[in-house]
Design a protein around this ligand. Structure first.
Ligand code: SF4
Ligand code: SF4
Ligand code: SF4
Length: 274
């Protein structure tokens, strides 16, 4: 990303949306809307003075709302471009940031800007929407988290500096269950997401390597680990003591006092309930 940002033939429109595409291959006319950051990205030096003086804290979307950031801040330390943005909805318009900025690049009246581009070829890199799994208590039970939230929890620059902690009380969990295929491979969404088996392998291994006494169970329909050496990676995680069970989780409830989760599932290969 940094390399692309520095390349003389590449212009990055971050925080922007494609609004319209007309024409045909070799001759497209594209309209891009640059959303307002309220900071001029070609002037901001990334000095951080505005963040220091801002009195308002908001949740940090980059950390899946597990940590706090200032109302004017940078998304994360390695963001490209390294430009600050202002969360207008939470801003109290005290103008402390405006007064602190030596290069005068904060403008609370900034509007969306339309950029017209002529391009020959368009490459569409699709993103994804997160399925959160309400059927397993997500949003209701504090200690049910998504894989993306776990990614941030286990990240060295994340809200807990990479140490596994329960959202409910900050304590280390001794038992961890991964439920695979949530939102995939059912009648509504029959497709395989293609990444989550390996995410479970990676994240369970990360937990096991920091806390070897953690009991980790991965519940799966099939383990799909395509790609060079990934099957071996999965085998190594089994050898590390991570338990893989073939079966779906049925009942899941929470102890309201401890916030511990109690669940029941069946290991279909041996027909035993757990
Ligand atoms: S004070 Fe100005 S230049 Fe410095 S990070 Fe904030 S917006 Fe950018
Ligand atoms: S104007 Fe808004 S963003 Fe700037 S310091 Fe005040 S609250 Fe923070
Ligand atoms: S089989 Fe694995 S990769 Fe495919 S949807 Fe299920 S968990 Fe995800």
């Amino acid at each position: 990303m940094l390399e692309a940002n520095r390349h003389p033939n590449i212009t990055i429109y971050s925080y922007s949306e494609v609004k319209q595409i007309l024409g045909y291959i070799g001759n497209f006319e594209v309209q891009v809307q640059k959303n307002p950051r309220y900071v001029y990205d070609d002037i901001c030096t990334g000095c951080g003075q505005c963040t220091d003086v801002c009195p308002i804290y908001i949740t940090n979307y980059f950390d899946e709302d597990f940590s706090a950031r200032k109302c004017i801040d940078i998304a994360f330390a390695q963001a490209v471009p390294a430009v600050y943005d202002l969360a207008k909805d939470s801003c109290v318009e005290c103008y402390a940031c405006v007064d602190s900025c030596d290069v005068h690049c904060i403008d609370l009246s900034q509007e969306p800007e339309i950029v017209d581009l002529e391009v020959g070829t368009i490459i569409i890199a699709t993103g994804w929407d997160l399925y959160t799994g309400e059927e397993y208590g997500y949003g209701k039970f504090e200690n049910v988290v998504t894989q993306i939230e776990l990614e941030r929890i286990l990240a060295p620059n994340g809200p807990t500096l990479g140490h596994l902690k329960r959202p409910s009380d900050g304590k280390r969990p001794k038992n961890v269950l991964f439920i695979n295929c949530v939102g995939s491979r059912n009648e509504e969404h029959p497709w395989c997401s293609n990444v989550c088996c390996l995410l479970s392998v990676k994240n369970s291994k990360l937990i096991k390597s920091e806390y070897p006494d953690t009991n980790i169970i991965v519940s799966y329909i099939d383990m799909r680990c395509p790609g060079k050496m990934y099957e071996e990676y999965y085998k190594r995680s089994r050898e590390a003591g991570i338990m893989y069970i073939n079966g779906k989780v049925g009942k899941l409830k929470e102890d309201p006092k401890t916030k511990n989760l109690i669940l029941r599932c069946e290991e279909t290969l041996i027909g035993e309930p757990i």
